[in-house]
Design a protein around this ligand. Structure first.
Ligand SMILES: NC(=O)c1ccc[n+]([C@@H]2O[C@H](COP(=O)([O-])OP(=O)(O)OC[C@H]3O[C@@H](n4cnc5c(N)ncnc54)[C@H](O)[C@@H]3O)[C@@H](O)[C@H]2O)c1
Ligand SMILES: O=c1ccn([C@@H]2O[C@H](COP(=O)(O)OP(=O)(O)O[C@H]3O[C@H](CO)[C@@H](O)[C@H](O)[C@H]3O)[C@@H](O)[C@H]2O)c(=O)[nH]1
Length: 448
């Protein structure tokens, strides 16, 4: 099939490349000239494990193309995917300006094209229920030719995007014509060979599946963070509580790791968008309002631990090391990363911050305008540090040389925002240790 992918970001690039890899002719279109230039020079603009190699292989086989030329991109497309961003507006509502601008471009291209094949316009971006109708209207305002609409929300996770796309738990397709449903089913057939389902449903339901799924996962995270905070107050250990809870199959063990709260480009904005959907129809989403609030507070809860530890200290003399800037391991994405909020607060207090992330220094530099130092490796970052904060649970932070760390640091203090380390190990090596939902190890209880 001939596919055009509009938007070459984390979703569009992975999706387009994986469709090319099953033999389709894919053109990825973006308005960002620098992204397309990089891609045409064989460089991926994002870090995603395995993506560079897959792009290279499919581009070489002339199945995957990158362009900023709209008319060329749309000319012969049978299926046009809209995969542009839908960031939160200032009121929390999903900002649809990029989706609707793309829809108008598509309408113009369909009108100008002499290609008589029927076209399907698929909204892959995460959009509030009712958006497909707005897209349909925006396209129809530019062309009198007929076209089909479909909704096809995406569930991939950054850092595991290729595997998630190639082996999805499910594919969700919203379509109102048999032509669109059949074509979309054919397109996804190679990805559901292991019996994973394709669900074909009405468009509003497909749009809602995406928000409901992300909000459910975000709810689990806020729930476990709330329990973790209570554990600290009552002397329980969230790691033990988690083990005890999660062995109940009805509860399960995924997305119940406590930490600094969820970040990234999806959960925060999608929870806000769902809250707005509730407000707009007069049914406030009270549970989700709490999920959001708990998530925002979680970073402050952690910062309070630092403030208590350094109470009375002169912050301008403190050197703080940060391990991990990306919002999760396996990606260079720092959108809504808890590390960014924490670093900004430390800088406001006057501390000197040295950070290390395996891949996210460049993306962090675009957001953190205040000066921090980026270290070349994890050990360099902690040199002479008064404390280390672990913000992202990258594998390389899991088994560091603790003896060496103690030698390098000015004082052996770790604030572990991801519960990466065992308390017993921290006690063995003599660290002052603060984590999430577990009692701290400090001077008073170090020998217990
Ligand atoms: N990032 C994820 O893991 C993920 C997963 C599932 C769903 N989603 C959803 O997918 C959508 C895209 O997310 P993303 O993270 O890939 O966004 P992104 O910001 O990484 O990429 C969006 C791209 O669209 C381009 N663009 C904007 N307007 C355009 C236009 N008119 N024509 C061509 N290109 C245009 C931008 O230049 C940018 O490169 C969002 O709705 C998001 O919620 C994201
Ligand atoms: O037990 C957990 C699991 C995750 N997180 C945090 O939650 C955030 C999101 O993590 P994850 O879901 O792994 O990453 P995303 O790439 O944002 O993926 C989510 O958002 C995408 C965009 O909508 C969806 O497609 C995916 O299905 C959905 O998992 C990160 O900050 C994680 O650190 C926790 O704090 N505890």
């Amino acid at each position: 099939m001939r596919i055009t992918m509009v938007g070459t970001g984390y979703v569009g690039l992975v999706t387009g490349t994986c469709f090319a890899n099953t033999g389709n002719q894919v053109t990825c279109l973006d308005i960002d000239q620098s992204k397309i230039e990089k891609l045409n020079n064989g460089i991926s603009p994002i870090y995603e494990p395995g993506l560079d190699e897959l792009i290279g292989r499919n581009a070489k086989a002339s199945r995957l193309h990158f362009t900023t030329d709209k008319s060329a991109a749309y000319k012969n497309a049978e299926i046009i995917f809209i995969a542009v961003g839908t960031p939160s507006g200032s009121d929390g509502r999903a900002n649809l300006q990029y989706v609707l601008a793309a829809a108008q471009d598509i309408g113009d291209a369909i009108e100008a094209s002499s290609d008589t094949r029927e076209k399907i316009i698929v909204v892959k971006s995460t959009v509030p229920v009712g958006t497909n109708i707005k897209v349909q209207q925006a396209v129809a305002s530019r062309t009198s030719k007929t076209f089909h609409m479909a909704s096809n929300p995406e569930f991939l996770k950054e850092g595991a995007a290729i595997n998630d796309f190639n082996k999805p738990d499910r594919v969700v397709i919203g379509a109102h014509t048999k032509y669109a449903a059949d074509k979309m089913r054919d397109l996804y057939e190679p990805f559901v060979r292991q019996g994973n389902p394709i669900f074909i449903m009405d468009i509003p339901s497909a749009e809602m599946v995406k928000y409901a799924s992300n909000c459910m996962l975000a709810t689990k995270i806020s729930f476990i963070n709330e329990v973790a905070n209570l554990c600290e107050q009552y002397g329980a250990d969230i790691s033990e509580v988690r083990r005890g809870m999660c062995s109940d199959k009805r509860i399960g063990n995924q997305f119940l790791y406590p930490g600094l709260g969820y970040g990234g480009s999806c959960f925060p904005k999608d929870v806000l968008a769902m809250i707005s959907m509730g407000q707009d129809c007069g049914h406030p989403a009270e549970l989700l309002e709490s999920v959001h609030r708990v998530n925002q507070q979680q970073r402050d809860v952690f910062l309070t631990k630092l403030e208590s530890h350094f109470e009375g200290a002169d912050w301008s003399k403190l050197k703080i090391a940060v391990w991990g800037i990306a919002f999760k391991p396996g990606t260079d994405d720092v959108r809504e990363a808890p590390s960014i909020t924490l670093i900004q607060k430390l800088l406001e207090k006057g501390a000197t911050v040295t950070a290390y992330d395996p891949v996210a220094h460049e993306t962090a530099g675009e957001v953190l305008t205040d000066s921090i130092t980026y270290a070349n490796n994890a050990i360099e970052a902690i040199n002479d540090a008064d404390a280390l904060i672990v913000c992202t649970d990258w594998s390389e932070f899991k088994n560091p040389e603790f003896e060496l760390m103690k030698d390098k640091m000015a004082t052996p203090v770790i604030f572990d925002g991801r519960n990466v380390y065992r308390r017993s190990t921290m006690r063995e090596y003599g660290f002052v240790y603060h984590s999430v939902g577990r009692a701290p190890i400090n001077e008073e209880n170090a020998a217990v």
